[in-house]
Design a protein around this ligand. Sequence first.
Ligand SMILES: [Zn+2]
Length: 435
Amino acid sequence: MLRLAIFVSAFIFSIATTAIAAPKNIILLIGDGMGEAEIAIARAYEFDGDDGMFLDTMKNMGSVIVKQYMADDPTKIQFAGSSGAGASTISTGYRTSDGRIAVNAIDGTPYKTILEEARERGFKTGLVSTARIADATPAAFAAHTRNRYCYVYGMEECKEFPADRPSVAQMIGNNVDVMLGGGQEFLAAVEADGETIREKAEDNGYTVITTREELLNLEPGTKTYGLFSPGHLPVEWVGPGSRGADFVPADDRRVVYYPQSARCEVNPDHAGIPTIEEMSQFAIDSLKDADNGFFLMIEGASIDKQAHEAKPCGTIGEMLAFDRTARMAVEFAKEQGDTAVIVTADHGGSTQVIYRPDSYGQTLSREYIPGLYQALLSKGGHTINAYYGTSHLDEQSHTGVNVPIFTYGLDNPDALRGTIQQTEIYPVMKDFLFN
Ligand SMILES: [Zn+2]
């Protein structure tokens, strides 16, 4: 009888421990350059500022203070963030400087990332981006380098720190289960050992794919290296007549003429490219049956890249696709359980929605609107005044605003509510996955 009791209690104990060790998953979505202004312009265009954005329904929300170290003097602070430094802070809990990928700003010492630790503990891992898959944000989860542009062996950008291995081969060597994005241009690159990137991926067990058809027909769970365009993926939308923001034309008295507001257009170059939702769906389907859980990072990269080029429609199209992907991730998390979804940004961008420039009831001279401007017509027929004023060129700057963070499914959502530092995200992810 006693032996039976011991047997029964051991059996119950084993059920209890199995329940405690249930797989935990994190889907981290990073909208690159997704400040509140980038969300606001998408909300204004598509929903006239009303309900409709999925992110607006996520009630666990905080505001993230962004800062990093100066690249040339890491003892000094830069009060506007960048992608490499911001993603490194999210992936490791440490701040660093512009261009650094998961390394110390001063001496280049690598910091272990949340993805690397998850993999070591038997979790499956994935990276999805609409940029090159070795662009700063995804690289900051699976590579360590002092120059984010040192992608493959022999590049000029690799000469500054010859001891650092190029990022593309590092990411492949890190055995991330699924990597989907752009960057076919590096497949034929030859590394120091004479192997091409494609050979390295295949030697590491990856199925290398380059088209949307291959992605949609591939069995989820396949270890996949999917690159769907030479560089960054083409964006979903372009501006009216493919134009972005520009100087408002003025007469010889410098009185400006306002352009008619117009609608965004679908980018024909995006045809045949997998959407961020399709890539994310494949990644989730590939990782969801992992015995120990998974860590997946999904980046909406061109919210930022289009803001750099003063192209509000580009940003809006990418923002809406990113928002749909966040919805998909939360729907998966609700169904699956034990899954946290964290949506945030690395830094703010240059987008501004401004007051209607002719609302002052006076003749407007160029001095009132010196930057790049575009009038867009919202779905409901209202004019949105998109403006870029950080530069007179189409190379706009990041801005030092706080960025939002939205969470679903955390054990302790209060940890990422209110105003937080960007360094606080990593320990929350670590605690959720491993404790
Ligand atoms: Zn940027």
